[in-house]
Design a protein around this ligand. Structure first.
Ligand code: SAH
Length: 391
């Protein structure tokens, strides 16, 4: 097997056994493009093995580990990895409560770049690295045999594919070309998922567990669901007996689906198409008993961190100001670079500016179908808090 070597690693910057290697970390000769997409070994300067991983000279992220040892990546390896990932999620399946969940999550399941999401009897697949993209046919065959889905859809329109030298496309790999959407059960709420038009692979699967946690506080409260997308949080609150629910998002398309979801479930929610920052500016009075803040990642990279922290602080400040005494704030960040300490500091700064006392009721974390690998901080990206606010 071809071997690449890396320069000595600065453990403060990146854990020594971190599963990614960037272009600039390589020492010595770089294999030519003929190896792109193949599995190669990686060693550190002392000759210790970092593992076997997908190599792609076209990407800045030049090597991503798929096994800690020396592994020829074969169909059997792929199948074993997939079965392991499915098995981990069996608890979700068995309970019968989860029609929707992430079955495979990229590096966290030792299949860099592969995402497989289950929506009832449909699977939506993404292959976001050249290495895994080459195995797409085998992935489909194994999924067919093991999971017996009615449809397999390939949502490969993510811009990150271009960084791997791959084209952006969407494809039906099993089943009929139509329809593009279906109703799925999300903890007792029927939600419309459109595998082409919905964000990510259809829904924000990483947040569905939070819907119930937040809804548990909603009874009798006036709820503001900001960055609502298709209304998951708001609808769960309405079902739980909220006095009133308003969903705010800047995407008219997502809000149309939110309205369709509300009607399907016989629930009543107000829909407001607006920029959340403007929405808060326009309504300064404390009119809400529960607010959900679930913004998109403001810090996709380290360079954007300072601006991002300013944005998070502003939002949380506005939310604190808009809550009534004893109100609840469910606040999240899905920026990997915004760690727990940073988020706590942002919340403290916002609370001081708003002149409120804040108690942490619950700390929130990404769900078990998006597992975090120790020593791989990039796999941890979603965190939040349920807070009680006293004025
Ligand atoms: N809470 C949602 C996921 C939110 S994703 C769920 O559980 O499904 C982030 C959402 O924020 C997207 O729907 C996007 O359209 C919206 N968005 C991004 N920037 C915005 C802004 N400045 N104002 C309002 N909505 C925004």
């Amino acid at each position: 097997m071809i071997t690449i070597r890396i320069k000595p690693r600065d453990a403060r910057k990146r854990p020594l056994r971190h599963p990614w290697v960037f272009e600039g970390e390589l020492a010595g000769n770089i294999p030519n493009g003929g190896v792109d997409g193949e599995v190669v070994l990686c060693r550190d300067q002392r000759g210790h093995l970092l593992g076997s991983g997908f190599f792609n000279s076209k990407s800045k992220l030049i090597w991503r580990r798929c096994a800690p040892g020396k592994v020829e990546f074969t169909r059997d390896t792929l199948k074993a990895r997939l079965l392991q990932a499915f098995k981990l999620r069996q608890g979700f399946h068995m309970s019968g409560r989860r029609q929707v969940l992430r079955l495979v999550w990229s590096d966290s399941d030792h299949l860099p770049g592969l995402i497989i999401d289950r929506y009832g009897s449909w699977l939506v697949i993404q292959t976001l690295t050249l290495g895994i993209d080459r195995w797409l046919n085998d992935i489909v065959e194994i999924c067919k045999a093991e999971l017996k889905p009615d449809r397999i859809l390939c949502r490969n329109d993510a811009p990150v594919r271009e960084k791997e030298g791959l084209s952006r496309e969407m494809d039906v790999l099993l089943g009929n070309a139509e329809p593009s959407g279906q109703w799925v059960d999300v903890y007792g709420i029927r939600m419309w998922m459109d595998w082409k038009a919905g964000h990510k692979t259809g829904l924000y699967l990483d947040q569905v567990e939070q819907y119930g946690k937040v809804a548990a506080w909603a009874e009798g409260r006036r709820v503001l669901d900001t960055f609502s997308n298709e209304g998951g949080f708001g609808l769960a609150c309405a079902r739980a007996g909220a006095a009133a629910v308003t969903c705010v998002d800047s995407s008219g398309t997502a809000l149309q689906v939110a309205a369709k979801n509300a009607a399907e479930n016989g629930l009543s929610v107000n829909i407001e198409e607006a920029n959340v920052f403007d929405y808060f500016s326009a309504s300064r009075s404390a009119a809400w008993d529960l607010i959900i803040l679930d913004p998109p990642p403001f810090a996709p990279n380290k360079r954007s961190l300072i601006g991002a922290l300013r944005g998070y602080k502003e939002l949380n400040l506005r939310a604190f100001q808009s809550l009534t005494d004893g109100g609840i704030l469910a606040t999240y960040t899905c920026s990997h670079h915004v760690g727990h300490e940073m988020l706590l500091q942002v919340l403290l700064d916002a609370a001081m500016d708003a002149g409120v006392e804040v108690r942490i009721l619950e700390s929130c974390f990404q769900p078990a179908d998006h597992p975090v690998i120790l020593g791989f901080p990039e796999s941890e990206y979603l965190r939040g808090y349920l807070l009680e606010v006293r004025k």
